[in-house]
Design a binder for this molecule. Structure first.
Ligand SMILES: Cc1cc2nc3c(=O)[nH]c(=O)nc-3n(C[C@H](O)[C@H](O)[C@H](O)COP(=O)(O)OP(=O)(O)OC[C@H]3O[C@@H](n4cnc5c(N)ncnc54)[C@H](O)[C@@H]3O)c2cc1C
Length: 660
């Protein structure tokens, strides 16, 4: 308690002296929309309502508004951005509370929406990208290396890896190149809907129905066969990989460790690279499927530099704010502090809706029914019900009407949530509903955001531990993603332990970044903000020593201390720099950000939940079996990360349906 008071006092003193940068000074505290704004919006009928103002929902809003549609975004929190958000939780310290690095945002979106040119999006590229201090390796023999630094300089990177293995230094450039080629094959799938195998599987039954002269089946055939172009394009891309084809298959199905073991011998390099294969995923590097997560994290790139991860200036909220600005400029209305509770349904005209507007949904329903997988009933949406604490009605749900609804929150909060299970089982084809119920949202991660009164010292990188931390000058390793594992088996062990025992491992897997090293808008001079992304954190703590649960202060303290212990091995004195802590465990991520069970991607990025399996066959192409209802966030193809692709692809699907 006393310690906390002292920290707060130090922070206040530091903040008094803080001559803030322009962008930090102008950042107004976000507040929920006013009662008047909410009342005015609810009284209107909209072309499209977007549920959730995460970055994907905002991308959908911008594209639809640019196409001239009347668009309303409804966000439950007081601030837009979802998991791409910046919040000032402690005076003068601004945190990217969830996501913290940017690479995946689709270039076409940056371009189409003018995010850099007109809406203020700025990047801090990192010349030095990855640092792994290796104090335990250094202790094995006199002169053993004490850290590996990867950077944009091929020579410097090779020299750093060569300290651990000459062979690995020689193999690394080719590894990057081949992985890059495989990632590029995936990248080309990001900007269009995936084929839907469940729809395609209905074709034989539809063919028979057509032969039998049932004319209704023709619409169904058209709907079921619309995946053909993407399926053909997928096959073409796989074939074009030539000798890299087997690597593609391995990347889709195999463990990251198998790929890394084939290329490298140094445990330090393998551990450093393996972390990309497990981030946010409830897998270890030896779990089949982890190789895909590895690929998912190298298929981006900012400003034309493939695979580059950068800090967004102003934190990740600046990405969302730039998209919001583009949406507003195009005429969209964005409300915060409005919680969507349910859907308004129209069952009078079936999936086509009373006005017959959603012909594709009616055709898909026909196809499902001809194939023996039809829903009991069909329906179209005609709006949503909401509550808004700013209105006198309080918790009483109010209706707001729209032609179409795009669901920008997790699919599990829609099916079985806003559309209760009894309704979902009646209105979704049995196969689709069964897959949706089994959608895997198991979490893996926690996030600890801390305000620091100075820069941590890494003696292995030549930092002076005795100097004044607030005067310490950032060096290359400080701008990196810093890993603390020296062998991939440490990651596997932590994963296995958390899974088997229902508790975090005593030595959690930690990834540390300090964005304020490059971005001076995030913290007072001399001070810093740091992100500690931590794995593995079970949703429920069942181990007897942890059974008080995440809500218990002593459990939270123990977890944070175990994180600091890991960092202190390489940066002694780290915990003494901490002025303020913001711990987000899986239940916190669920409660505060609506992430199901705290899953950072809205659902596991396992191979069975990609492409036609995301979130379930029958709605992989953003349309759901309900007329006018679309999925537009990370639970849809191509999944999680600050990418914007689901938002853009779903908006384009809706616009195409409106044109049809
Ligand atoms: C701790 C953490 C670290 C991460 N690190 C990175 C990273 O460094 N780089 C990266 O690229 N990705 C990262 N990710 C993943 C990435 O942030 C997410 O995949 C992405 O931001 C999700 O965006 P979205 O728009 O699909 O959904 P969300 O951001 O989840 O947005 C959904 C929005 O809907 C709102 N909402 C939910 N239900 C309702 C309702 N009923 N009514 C109204 N509003 C509702 C929510 O409040 C939320 O604002 C991280 C995620 C987390 C949690």
């Amino acid at each position: 308690m006393l310690q906390r008071a002292v920290r707060a006092q130090v922070a206040r003193r530091l903040v008094r002296d803080f001559t803030t940068s322009a962008s930090a000074a102008s950042a107004a505290k976000p507040e929920p929309s006013s009662a008047e704004a909410v009342r005015t919006a609810l009284a209107q009928k909209w072309d499209a309502i977007i549920v959730g103002g995460g970055h994907n929902g905002l991308v959908s809003a911008a594209y639809l508004a640019k196409a001239g549609k009347r668009v309303l975004v409804l966000e439950r929190r007081h601030i837009l951005g979802g998991a791409a958000v910046t919040e000032e939780l402690h005076d003068g310290f601004r945190f990217s509370r969830c996501s913290y690095l940017l690479s995946l945002l689709r270039p076409v979106i940056i371009e189409d929406l003018g995010l850099v040119e007109r809406h203020g999006l700025r990047f801090h590229p990192r010349e030095f990208s990855s640092y792994t201090p290796t104090p335990r390796h250094a202790a094995t023999a006199p002169g053993a290396p004490s850290g590996m630094l990867l950077s944009s300089s091929a020579e410097a990177t090779a020299a750093s890896i060569a300290q651990y293995s000459q062979a690995d230094a020689a193999a690394y450039p080719e590894y990057c190149e081949r992985l890059g080629r495989v990632a590029a094959a995936f990248t080309s799938l990001l900007d269009s809907p995936p084929p839907d195998l469940q729809q395609l599987s209905r074709l034989p039954a539809l063919g028979k129905a057509a032969m039998a002269g049932r004319s209704g089946s023709l619409g169904g055939m058209r709907s079921a066969s619309e995946s053909f172009p993407e399926l053909a394009s997928l096959a073409r891309k796989a074939a074009a990989l030539g000798a890299d084809g087997p690597l593609l298959w391995e990347a889709l199905t195999g463990p990251a460790s198998r790929i890394l073991d084939r290329w490298f011998e140094s445990p330090v390099l393998k551990a450093t690279l393996a972390t990309d294969g497990v981030i946010g995923a409830n897998v270890g590097p030896s779990t089949p499927g982890s190789a895909y997560v590895l690929i998912h994290h190298v298929m981006g790139g900012i400003e034309g530099k493939e695979g580059q991860w950068v800090y967004a200036r102003g934190g990740m909220g600046a990405v969302s704010q730039s998209i919001a600005s583009a949406a507003r400029e195009a005429g969209a209305t964005l409300l915060t502090g409005v919680d969507v509770r349910g859907l308004l349904l129209d069952e009078s005209g079936g999936a086509a809706g009373a006005g017959g507007r959603w012909r594709h949904a009616a055709a898909a329903a026909e196809a499902a029914s001809e194939a023996g997988d039809g829903a009991e009933a069909t329906a179209a949406v005609r709006g949503v019900t909401v509550t808004a604490p700013c209105l006198p009605s309080g918790a009483e749900p109010l209706a707001v009407e729209a032609e179409a609804v795009l669901w920008g929150a997790s699919p599990t909060s829609l099916f079985g949530g806003a559309l209760p299970a009894a309704e979902a089982s009646r209105l979704l084809p049995p196969e689709t509903w069964s897959r949706m119920r089994g959608f895997d949202t198991a979490p893996a991660s926690a996030k600890l955001n801390v305000a620091l009164k100075g820069l941590p010292a890494f003696p292995a990188a030549g930092d002076d531990v005795n100097g004044d931390p607030s005067r310490r000058r950032p060096k290359p390793h400080h701008q990196c993603t810093i890993h603390f594992e020296e062998d991939p088996s440490e990651i596997d062990d932590a994963h296995a332990l958390a899974r088997a025992l229902g508790r975090p491992s005593p030595r959690p897997i930690v990834e540390l970044t300090i964005p304020s090293v490059l971005d001076d808008s995030l913290a007072p001079p001399g001070c810093h903000v740091a992100n500690l992304f931590v794995q593995y954190a079970p949703y429920e703590l069942t181990h007897p020593e942890w059974s008080a649960g995440w809500g218990d202060d002593s459990v939270r303290r123990r977890f944070m201390d175990s994180v600091y212990d890991v960092v202190e091995e390489s940066a002694p004195g780290f915990r003494d720099l901490v002025l303020f802590e913001d711990l987000l465990t899986p239940p916190d991520l669920e409660r505060e950000f609506g992430l199901p069970q705290g899953n950072i991607f809205h659902g596991a990025m396992s191979v069975d939940q990609l492409l036609w399996g995301r979130p379930a066959g029958g709605m992989a192409r953003y349309r759901t079996p309900l007329g006018g209802l679309y999925l537009c966030a990370s639970g849809a193809h191509p999944g999680g990360g600050v990418m914007g692709a689901p938002g853009r692809n779903s908006a384009l699907a809706l616009l195409a349906d409106w044109r049809a």
